[in-house]
Write a protein that binds this ligand. Structure first.
Ligand code: ADP
Length: 202
C-alpha cells in the first residue's frame, strides 16, 4: 500500500502471521461485545479475559470508558463522534489482533454501520472478527444501572443516552447472541470460549 500524494508507504513486518500463531499457540482475533449500557459487556469481558489468560492465551480488554480517558478523550456522544470513536477503536483492535492478541472490545457501538466497518477492517486484513450481541432488555439494564447512568438520563442530566434518548441498532447476524437476562456470567463466557475453540481461534 502506498500513497504518493501523502508520501507514506506501508511497511511490512519481518515476522509472519503464521510464525506468531505458532509461537503463541493460538490466533489473534477481535471479540466485539456490543449492547446497551448495563447489558453486561464489561462484566463478561473481565471474566472472559481471566479464563483465556488462565489457559495461556494472550488476551486484552479494550473498554469504552477507558479509551475515552485517553485516545478518544476529544470525542463526545453525538452520532458523528460515536462513529469516529468506533472507527479509531476498530483500527486499534485490528492492530492488537494482527499482533496475535485476542482483543476483547466492549463498546456500546449502537450503529450497525459502525460495527460493519469494524468487521470490514478486520476482514480485509484476513483477521477473525467475532461480533457478540450482549443482549438484555432496557428494563433489565435499567434495573441494574451499575453506574447510575440510567437514573441520570431519566432526569435529563445525560443527553443522547443509548436506549433512552439515542438509538441502539441490534446486530442483524452476530456470531454469538447472549441473553444476559437469562444466562449467568460464567455461561456467557463458556459460550464465547466454546465458539473460539470451535473456530480454531484458540
Ligand atoms: P456494560 O459494560 O454493558 O455497560 P456492566 O458489565 O458494566 O455493563 O454492568 C452490568 C451489571 O449487571 C453488572 O453490575 C453485573 O454484575 C450485573 N449483572 C447481573 N447479572 C448479569 C449477567 N447475567 N450477565 C452480565 N452482567 C450481569
Amino acid at each position: 500500500m502506498s500513497s504518493n500524494d501523502k508520501n507514506i508507504t506501508w511497511h511490512h513486518s519481518g515476522v509472519s502471521r503464521e510464525a506468531r500463531q505458532s509461537a503463541f499457540g493460538h490466533k489473534g482475533a477481535t471479540i466485539w461485545l456490543t449492547g446497551l449500557s448495563g447489558s453486561g459487556k464489561s462484566t463478561i469481558a473481565v471474566e472472559l479475559e481471566k479464563v483465556l489468560f488462565q489457559k495461556g492465551i494472550k488476551a486484552y480488554i479494550l473498554d469504552g470508558d477507558n479509551i475515552r480517558f485517553g485516545l478518544n478523550k476529544d470525542l463526545g456522544f453525538s452520532a458523528s463522534d460515536r462513529t469516529e470513536n468506533i472507527r479509531r477503536i476498530s483500527e486499534v483492535c485490528r492492530l492488537f489482533a494482527d499482533a496475535n492478541i485476542v482483543c476483547i472490545a466492549c463498546f456500546i457501538s449502537p450503529y450497525v454501520a459502525d460495527r460493519d466497518q469494524a468487521r470490514a477492517i478486520h476482514v480485509e486484513s484476513g483477521l477473525d472478527f467475532v461480533e457478540v450481541f450482549v443482549d438484555s432488555s432496557i428494563e433489565v439494564a435499567e434495573s441494574r444501572d451499575p453506574k447510575g447512568l440510567y437514573q441520570k438520563a431519566r432526569q435529563g442530566l445525560i443527553k443522547e443516552f443509548t436506549g433512552i434518548s439515542a438509538p441502539y441498532e441490534e446486530p442483524v447476524k452476530p456470531e454469538i447472541h447472549l441473553d444476559t437476562g437469562d444466562l449467568a456470567v460464567n455461561e456467557s463466557v463458556d459460550n464465547i470460549v466454546e465458539y473460539l475453540t470451535l473456530k480454531k481461534i484458540i
